[in-house]
Design a protein around this ligand. Sequence first.
Ligand code: AHR
Length: 631
Amino acid sequence: MLLAASSLAMQAVAQALPPATLTIALDKPALHAVSPTLYGLMTEEINYSFDGGLYAEMVRNRTMQDHDWAGLARWDVVHSGDAAATFALDRNEGPSAALQRSLALTVTKADATNQAGVRNEGFWGMAVRPSTTYKGSFYAKADSSAVGPVNVALVSNNSGKPLATASSQPLTTEWKRYEVSLTTGAKVETSAENHLQLTVGHTGKVWMTLVSLFPPTYKGRENGNRPDLMEKMAAMHPTFLREPGGNYLEGDTVEERFNWKTTIGPLVDRPTHRSPWNYQSSDGMGLLEFLEWTEDLKIQPVLAVYAGYSLKRIHIEPGPALQPFLDDAMDELEFVTGNDSTKWGAVRAKLGHPAPFPLTYVEIGNEDWFDTSGSYEGRYAQFYKAIKAKYPQLQLIATAPLTRMKPDVLDDHYYKRADEFFDMVKKYDDADRNGPKIFVGEWATREGSPTTNMGAALGDAAWMTGMERNSDLIVLSSYAPMLVNVNPGGMQWESDLIGYDALTSYGSPGYYAQAMFAGYLGTEVPATSVTGGGTRFFTSVTRDRAKGMTYLKLVNASNEPQAVQINLSGAGTVVREATLVTLSGTNPAETNTITAPTRIVPVTSTIKTAAASFTHTMPPYAVQVLALSTK
Ligand code: AHR
């Protein structure tokens, strides 16, 4: 028995990780500055990121674009008592040139008590909360003014009872926009199991479209965003938003590209378009909304412009054929940055945003290495020449390596498993410093679904240590995809960062790892060396002289504790009390979910043993930040 115990102890000793020594030379010149834009966000319409996600609209298929054999998707007929109605898609009736179809409701029997109409199921339900006001609106016309008003109600799926009601002005025989305000009572239960109902109490025919319902939005913006998701992004300390894609920028075909001019202005003038992720985009999240999103987070856009390549391997030849697309991009840059004396700056001002937006980086296309025709060299050069002539200060990002010219910045994408990222941590250590700067515009450890697990967070964190260490070369980075609606059918791409349903949202462990890395980031990289340690031990050190702080990022992706001897030279004083933030799990598969959203979250504590030389022991499967006061 004794023998068995001692052999177990020996086994434990044999398995213990070799201690690591991390030496930080604060008395030597820093190796380089940290890019102030190192950490940002990337977005596109994928996984119901906007419709059914960030964009707070509650009505699904609001402009009646989705129509299948069963009728208008997400819409159904409702009636009370012996009222009767049918509905169909009318392809020839709409309120604008952009919206030329509508839901046609034919009511054959109804009165004030027994009403008939339609219901909308929302994006996997509609989140309803107590004492809350919802702004409703719709476009409608009737075949006779006798039809009267439309009665709008938020209704519980389970009880069938209305939770908030309102009536519009009486309909006329002309298309008009109607607004209603729905306020729930204090005792209404918070739930997503609700729908929207629009009914009339008179026979007749009614056409309606652009039926919309908004809850309170982030910072109260009209046509705005979900507060919980905006708050989660803000907590990641981003510095930019790469928009609008990704594949979404390119579209499957040229016609399905992100054509920014059809995404601005009143919603009734936006025709909507199909996303390459196989659903219709309402375009409620248009170019101006993207820019306002950056404004609300106090960050800059990294604007991707369509550059003549679409996903079904369609390319536009550089030269005259490409010119109209280049003209569109030039107009787009003016819309973003021009003052109101310019044509497109004036359009933006008229839409309610007189101030230009800041812009430093413009990306020419997306993943143009897929264009095997070889046209990207010429397309990039054509865009580069025109944009630099008018905006010499802009940094232009290429999305594929070029042989004939050096782009300002090159966008590299990495979708990897954790083990692959562990092996790639030093990828940029010896990279050419005379080549283009690097934007890691899409990266992710793809383990876990719909959102990533603790093992992925370890892969992410290891990879981020490499990006920080090379942040003289890597000027920008953004994880992708950021958002996923976790309802069945909501996800087109596995392993995402933030999950949600209609009611709530949560961050994956990787989300928290990123928030930690970006939240504790210095302005320069001091000279450091690491010896010993396990094969899955990774570090990065940055320093902020002005704040007198040195930030250590430590990653232990092993199942054993990792002892680290930390030696700091050149700090006058190392304050004994230091902040320690720990994100850890019991195993790599452990994760957060919509029903267990906070199983793995960072825990902040204080250690009282910091010194010029001290030992710190990391738990297994852990990402840690040590914030040392080094005056
Ligand atoms: O992030 C998902 C997709 O991956 C992007 O749309 C595309 O750029 C890449 O291939």
